[in-house]
Write a new protein. Structure first.
Length: 150
């Protein structure tokens, strides 16, 4: 009986250690992504949106997202401060135009919800119509997220 209890305790301890290790790894993925995103914003302020430094950091962010995806089947986005479970990031996600569209879509979607209006076609908004393709993709993503659609 003692042996069974000792073995059971060992299994529980091992499970907790693995779970904690997994959570620590996931937190490290999040931290590395947030640090790279912060460096990207700093480089954009200092050198411009399309500077070689910004381009390199976008690649670094995508490498980190790929690493996180391979380890945890998820990737972290600092823009919306959440883990994503679909492998749907692209280099476009880090463009200024995409980010601006995303933030506008999220803001407008939240305003629509708060005012009691339902979901509308994002293409009906003048901001969407005036944006380039990256902006429209970001707007569409942000707007849908405001309504809980991914």
């Amino acid at each position: 009986m003692k042996r069974v209890a000792i073995v059971a305790l060992g299994v529980v301890v091992a499970f907790v250690a693995v779970s904690r290790s997994h959570a620590d790894d996931r937190a490290q993925c999040q931290l590395r992504t947030e640090q790279a995103e912060a460096r990207l914003q700093q480089e954009i302020r200092e050198h411009g949106q399309n500077s070689p430094q910004a381009v390199n950091l976008r690649r670094e962010i995508n490498v980190e997202r790929e690493r996180c995806w391979n380890q945890h089947q998820g990737w972290w986005s600092g823009d919306d401060r959440q883990w994503h479970t679909e492998r749907n990031w692209s280099p476009e996600l880090d463009s200024h135009s995409y980010r601006a569209g995303y933030k506008d879509g999220l803001r407008i979607g939240r305003q629509e919800q708060a005012s009691g209006r339902g979901y509308h076609n994002p293409g009906d908004y003048k901001q969407y119509k005036r944006g380039d393709q990256a902006y429209r993709n970001g707007f569409w993503t942000g707007y849908r997220l405001a309504f809980g659609i991914q």
